[in-house]
Structure formats: structure tokens, C-alpha cells
Write a protein that binds this ligand. Structure first.
Ligand code: SF4
Length: 222
């Protein structure tokens, strides 16, 4: 990637950071995944109870490895039975820190997330004392309409593939709503495996700086 493009992306991240700040979220800009990892490391006290949403971004930045390093009381869902996973979903509400990515972030300072189980969007909205959101520059969009489109064209089909969900978007590569010309946010398939169930916009917050957003000047996740 050229220096010129990096500079343009940097300006976009700076605009987004200002808007997030105006919405009472605490933004950081990291130039690299490594810098993002180090920001996360510096934001969590050793021994803290931590939880996270399922996220390729957290894996690609090395954050999942950090969470499993033994430094924290990590509520880890890996290898657990469905009943244990449900228990962890609920315990996550009392975690000190919750880590996640976001399906999109707008330049107006909004987070946009679409969730199937809805545990992730629930924890972003309420519960954990601190929420750290790590987002690659590829997920920053201009408006909420762009965010809605991004999920239907990219995030949901890719996540359906990651999770092995037999949905229309897995077979066709985009949401059924786009193929049928339906334009509403919640339009989509009627599949039992549908991963788009709760649509959450996080705008101005009452609790200042509870949500920290690390914007990374690299493409990460989807
Ligand atoms: S509504 Fe269905 S087809 Fe559309 S993105 Fe979600 S899972 Fe895929």
C-alpha cells in the first residue's frame, strides 16, 4: 500500500475519531495491528475478568492469544458445551472488559453491528464496565446507509462462510435482500441459519469513555 493511500486513510480515521469522541466514546488510532495489540494490553489490568465477541479481527491482531495468555480471567467459549457457552454469554455482562470488533463504523461516529445470537450486541449496549472495539480501516464507512450495505455485501456473507451457516448469502455471496431489490435494513432471507437478527446502532453514549474504539490503519477482518 502506498504512503499516499495510507495518508488518505489516516485522514478518514481522524475524522471518524473526532466524531466518536463527540459521541462520548474514546477513540485511538493505531497505525498497525501490533500497535493495536499494545494499546489493548495497556488497557486491561492483569487479573481482570475479560470476555469477547467472536471476531476475526481479534484473532488477526493477536488479541485472542493475549486473552488466552493466562494474565486474565478470560471467559473462554472454546471447547465448551452449548450449555456452558450460554452461561458464559450471561457471565460476560459482569466482565471488567469486553472486547469485540464492529461490523462497520461510520464517519459520523456510530458503531453498526448485526448479530445472530445477539450476545455481542447486548454486551456492547450494557453490562461490562469497559468495552474495547478494534476496527480495521476497511470497516469505516461514510454513513449508516453505507454501513447497512457493507453488512449485506461483505460482513454477513463472509461471517456466514466462517460459521458454516447454510444461508442464501453463503451460496450467492451477497444478501438475498440485495438480489430482490428490497432496501430496508432488516430485509433478508428466511433461513433458519440466518445470522442477521439484531441490528444495533451505537450512537452518543451516556457513560463517557465506557466504549473505547481502536481504529487501525490496516485492513483487518471483514
Ligand atoms: S439476512 Fe440472510 S441472506 Fe441476508 S445477509 Fe443475513 S444471513 Fe445472509
Amino acid at each position: 500500500m502506498s504512503e499516499q493511500l495510507d495518508m488518505i486513510y489516516r485522514k478518514m480515521l481522524e475524522r471518524t475519531a473526532e466524531a466518536l469522541k463527540a459521541n462520548n466514546m474514546l477513540p485511538y488510532i493505531a497505525e498497525t495491528k501490533e500497535e493495536a495489540l499494545s494499546l489493548v494490553k495497556g488497557s486491561i489490568a492483569e487479573g481482570a475478568t475479560v470476555s469477547c465477541g467472536g471476531s476475526v479481527t481479534l484473532a488477526e491482531t493477536g488479541i485472542m492469544e493475549l486473552l488466552r495468555s493466562g494474565k486474565y480471567n478470560f471467559l473462554d467459549r472454546e471447547g465448551k458445551t452449548p450449555e456452558e457457552v450460554q452461561k458464559i454469554y450471561r457471565e460476560a455482562f459482569s466482565a471488567d472488559v469486553y472486547l469485540t470488533s464492529s461490523n462497520a463504523v461510520t464517519e459520523n461516529g456510530e458503531l453498526y453491528n448485526v448479530d445472530g445470537n445477539s450476545n455481542r450486541v447486548a454486551a456492547i449496549c450494557f453490562g461490562p464496565a469497559s468495552v474495547i472495539v478494534v476496527v480495521g480501516r476497511n470497516k469505516v464507512v461514510r454513513t449508516l446507509d453505507d454501513a447497512i450495505l457493507r453488512v449485506k455485501r461483505m460482513a454477513a456473507p463472509a461471517n456466514a462462510a466462517r460459521l458454516g451457516c447454510e444461508t442464501y448469502c453463503l451460496s450467492k455471496g451477497e444478501c438475498m435482500a440485495l438480489a430482490s431489490g428490497a432496501s430496508g435494513m432488516t430485509e433478508g432471507c428466511r433461513s433458519k441459519a440466518r445470522i442477521c437478527c439484531s441490528y444495533v446502532v451505537t450512537a452518543q453514549q451516556r457513560i463517557k469513555d465506557r466504549i473505547k474504539v481502536i481504529l487501525v490503519n490496516e485492513d483487518i477482518g471483514f
